[in-house]
Write a protein that binds this ligand. Structure first.
Ligand code: XMP
Length: 514
């Protein structure tokens, strides 16, 4: 039998990057538990952690209402790494000083190692590296026992350590990809300093999660809205492993899916052995969306209708006490539900439903990133076609059909989109692309077909590479493939006489157009 999981506790002070710290630890096969900043030392101790990481956060430690952590944590005899706000908090609690308001070193900055190669946290990384700083405050006076091990050219302390007590601090974020050697620094902490073994993996996560679902749900029934996407499908497959037929799924066709998608998706669910109720509500959605062009209004209408249709179906399921949702971490961040993060778009799959329906919420994938969800799907034996399905937004083609939504425009978009994806598959490019789809613009331009003048709408080809949908790079697709796609769309799809390509990354654009 495997020895018990070793834990690193992450104390969350409100940073958008807290889940990234957990993810980096998972990549190192280390189990971590995220606790809120107000967790008591007793609570932290109950996990017998090998180490503690205090995350960044938006506050300034010098503010009177700044959040703080239980100071007893520093008396546990456990190594502690403070990141950004976490380092500033550690410095102040242990007797140092933080100066507020200097934004000179904000963003990606170069730092230089000053503490020699003996530094436990940073000794084996290059003498000069680019790091991401995201806080204006900095540690101006070190607590006694600490030494600085790196600084910026402007003299801001970038890393500190007190090896005798096992306390370490980084002014920058080692967990983001913009920081060079960030993974090595975290690995120095976890393996070199905390002595972790690194023998935990997603299989353990699956076992643990199945057990906790069983414990939480007991003999209650769970309802799940399936969308055909990876997240809701993996959630349903996972929960059905835990509670079997007590999971009842509902698949609402909102009429905004891609060509032949509802039929294909239903077949896959059947093969997975899930119990699925199919509801065709496309008429209702199209009626309510008629004439609406504002992106947020479209999202709100779809979200509301989805709730209404789903609610009606769920009410028919006797004894249902829980609602299963396939929320994953980027949804949580981008919906602005975490302190300190701004609303970018309303995601219709987060929030709304459980409050209205008086159901308890089950979100087993809430802390995972997309690629981890796919790995998880493979572990529980789901078919490739579902696991590797490209992400498709909850509001479907509504956010890709710019301007007013009509059945005709949706059909036009469906046909163009199917051609684009088919040609990418034919040329072997589809699997290597995170998302590829068409967007229909409400913009008419003049063209010529045979001897006739045309005046029709334009289609945009959007293809991107991404790790987690939080950032994205537009995909460079072979010109010959693009040429075939363009010719086929103009020849085969009525109502289109121009094909253009979106060459914008995220940021500044988002992946979807609305
Ligand atoms: P954006 O357009 O915000 O999209 O860069 C990021 C990722 O999320 C998908 N997306 C959604 N997924 N419900 C979803 O389940 C939604 O409302 C939604 N909006 C965008 C998008 O396709 C991309 O993968």
């Amino acid at each position: 039998m495997k020895p018990q999981n070793e834990n690193i506790i992450i104390i969350n002070c409100g940073s958008q990057f807290t889940q990234l710290i957990a993810r980096r630890l998972r990549e190192m096969k280390i189990h971590s538990v995220i606790l809120n900043w107000d967790a008591s030392c007793e609570k932290v101790k109950s996990y017998t952690p090998k180490g503690i990481i205090i995350s960044g956060g938006p506050d300034s430690v010098n503010d009177t209402d700044a959040i703080t952590i239980d100071p007893e944590i520093f008396a546990m005899g456990c190594p502690v790494l403070g990141i950004c706000y976490g380092m500033q908090l550690m410095a102040v609690i242990l007797g140092g000083k933080v100066s507020t308001g200097s934004s000179r070193e904000y963003g990606v900055t170069q730092i230089h190692r000053s503490g020699g190669t003996s530094a436990l946290l940073t000794g084996n990384i290059p003498g000069t590296l680019n790091v991401l700083m995201s806080h204006g405050d900095n540690v101006a006076e070190l607590p006694s026992g600490f030494r600085a091990t790196s600084a910026t050219a402007g003299g801001i302390t970038a890393s500190i350590e007190d090896t005798s007590r096992g306390f370490y601090g980084l002014q920058f974020h080692p967990e983001v990809i913009h920081t060079d050697n960030g993974g090595e620094i975290l690995s120095n902490f976890a393996f070199g300093i905390c002595g972790c073994r690194g023998d935990w993996d997603l299989t353990d996560w699956v076992d643990g999660t199945i057990n906790s679902i069983r414990e939480a749900v007991g003999s209650d029934r769970v309802v799940c809205g399936l969308s055909g996407g990876v997240d809701s499908s993996v959630s349903a497959a996972l929960v059905s492993k835990a509670i079997g037929s007590n999971l009842q799924c509902v698949f609402v066709n909102h009429g905004l899916m891609r060509l032949n998608e509802p039929e294909e998706v239903l077949k896959q669910y059947e093969r997975l052995g899930l119990s699925v109720k199919y509801v065709d509500a496309s008429e209702l959605f199209l009626k309510e969306l008629a004439g609406v062009t504002d992106p947020e209004k479209k999202r709100k209408i779809i979200g509301r209708l989805f709730i209404e249709v789903f609610e009606e179906e769920a009410r028919k399921i006797e004894g249902a006490k829980w609602l299963l949702q396939g929320t994953i971490y980027p949804d949580v961040i981008e919906s602005g539900t975490k302190k300190g993060s701004a609303l970018i778009k309303s995601h219709h799959n987060v929030g709304g439903l459980p409050e209205k329906m008086n159901l308890k919420l089950l979100e087993p994938l809430r802390d995972l990133f997309k690629d981890e969800v796919r790995k998880l799907g493979a572990i529980i034996g789901m078919p490739e076609e579902i696991i590797n399905r490209q992400p498709f937004p909850g509001p479907g083609l509504a956010v890709r059909c710019l301007g007013a939504i009509t059945r005709e425009r949706l059909d036009t978009l469906r046909e163009a989109d199917a051609i684009f994806r088919e040609e990418l598959k034919r040329s072997g490019l589809y699997a290597g692309i995170w998302q590829a789809f068409c967007v229909l613009l409400p913009v008419k331009s003049v063209g010529v077909m045979g001897d006739s003048r045309t005046y029709s709408e334009a289609v945009v080809l959007r293809a991107i590479h991404s790790q987690d949908a939080m950032t994205a790079e537009w995909a460079r697709i072979d010109y010959d493939v693009l040429d075939r796609v363009s010719k086929r769309i103009c020849n085969e799809v009525r109502g289109i006489n121009r094909v253009v390509m979106d060459v914008t990354s995220k940021p500044p654009a988002t992946i979807e157009w609305e």
